[in-house]
Structure formats: structure tokens, C-alpha cells
Design a protein around this ligand. Structure first.
Ligand SMILES: [Zn+2]
Length: 207
């Protein structure tokens, strides 16, 4: 089998500055900002009321190599691993990415439309990229996630709830059933729900 992919630190983030407000034009103060070219405008007056939770690792099951950050910035070396052949040329993004250690990265302003959902439908509306915020957890679909990831996720969701009219939190598997299976059975929805209940007075998590 192939060795783990190359060296690597992820591309350098822009300098986060502590003088910024919690949210600045859709960018979260506590995320390491790394701008992706893969985004566009949301439809006018789109109600941003859905958070979509995903899992990702490249190649699947290998963590901490910077490849997810590269993918979202169109900088992944497609020849670096056989798995990448199957996704060659893919142009995607997510608003946020949470590493196994709980580090938070942001690639697209939450005010803009990221490309994480694909064909999808939820709460009676299709094309969920239009009006959702995508959060990728570094992980293997169906596998378990780390405690620091839940901590960062809960904090991020709480901050999003303050800034956007979030009414639903769902997995990719719920908005594209049959086509997508992430984050999968290893994700603990009840843990997220209890974290949000503690910080947000019983926000109803809808899955
Ligand atoms: Zn996904």
C-alpha cells in the first residue's frame, strides 16, 4: 500500500486578529481563516437556517496531513495518493473544518454559499447549499469523533445560533439520504444536543 501522503503542513492561514468582532462579514473570529475560491453568492434573502454536519479525511482514515485544507483551496496534489484519482478536479468547499484536535478552520464566509451539500433536500427545500452552513469534522465516515471536536463544534454552533436564524442541524446523510452517509453512526447527536441545550436554553436539534 501507499505510504501516507507527503510532508506537510496545511497552507498558511491568514492572520487572525484579536481586534475583530465575533463575526465580521460572515467570518468567525476564532477560526483560522483560509479563503477558498469555491463559493458564490447565496440567493437573495435566503434564510440561513440550517447547519449541515459532515465528516471528511483524505485519504479516508488519515488525519492531520493538511489534505482537506488543500482540497478546499484547489491545491490538492491529485497524484499524491491513488484515492485522489477518484476525486480529481473536484471543486468543493465547506464553511468550517474541525480537526481531530479541535482546531477550527474557515474557508468561506458564512454569508456566502459554500459547495458542501450537492444535490440535497431538507425541511421542504432543495439545494441546501443555498441556505445552509457546512461544518466538516475530520474523521472517517461511520467512525467515532474526538472530544475536542465536540467541544469546538458546540461552541461554533452556539456562535452561529447567535448570528444566524438557525432552526435545524442535520447530517449530510439526512439531507442527501442514500447518496451520502456522513457523518454516520459514529457521530453522537445526543452529545451535541446536550451541549447546545446547556448553552442555548433548549434549542431543538432536528435530525
Ligand atoms: Zn458530506
Amino acid at each position: 500500500m501507499m505510504q501516507a501522503t507527503q510532508p506537510m503542513n496545511p497552507p498558511e492561514p491568514l492572520n487572525p486578529t484579536s481586534s475583530q468582532p465575533l463575526w465580521h462579514k460572515g467570518w468567525y473570529r476564532y477560526a483560522r481563516a483560509l479563503a477558498s475560491p469555491n463559493f458564490g453568492p447565496r440567493p437573495l434573502q435566503a434564510p440561513i437556517d440550517l447547519i449541515v454536519i459532515h465528516s471528511i479525511s483524505l485519504p479516508p482514515g488519515e488525519f492531520g496531513n493538511g489534505n482537506v485544507q488543500r482540497l478546499f483551496c484547489n491545491q490538492l496534489d491529485w497524484d499524491a495518493h491513488p484515492y485522489f484519482q477518484g476525486i480529481r478536479g473536484l471543486q468543493v468547499s465547506s464553511h468550517f473544518f474541525i480537526t481531530r484536535g479541535g482546531s477550527l478552520w474557515q474557508f468561506v464566509s458564512a454569508d456566502e454559499r459554500a459547495w458542501h451539500a450537492g444535490p440535497s433536500s431538507y425541511r421542504g427545500r432543495s439545494n441546501c447549499n443555498d441556505d445552509s452552513i457546512g461544518i466538516e469534522l475530520e474523521g472517517l465516515e461511520g467512525g467515532l469523533f474526538e472530544a475536542p471536536q465536540y467541544e469546538t463544534l458546540a461552541g461554533l454552533c452556539a456562535a452561529l445560533l447567535q448570528a444566524y436564524p438557525i432552526a435545524h442541524i442535520a447530517g449530510h446523510e439526512h439531507i442527501a439520504p442514500g447518496r451520502k452517509h456522513d457523518p454516520g453512526a459514529g457521530f453522537d447527536w445526543r452529545q451535541l444536543q446536550s451541549s447546545l441545550a446547556a448553552t442555548d436554553q433548549g434549542f431543538p436539534l432536528k435530525i
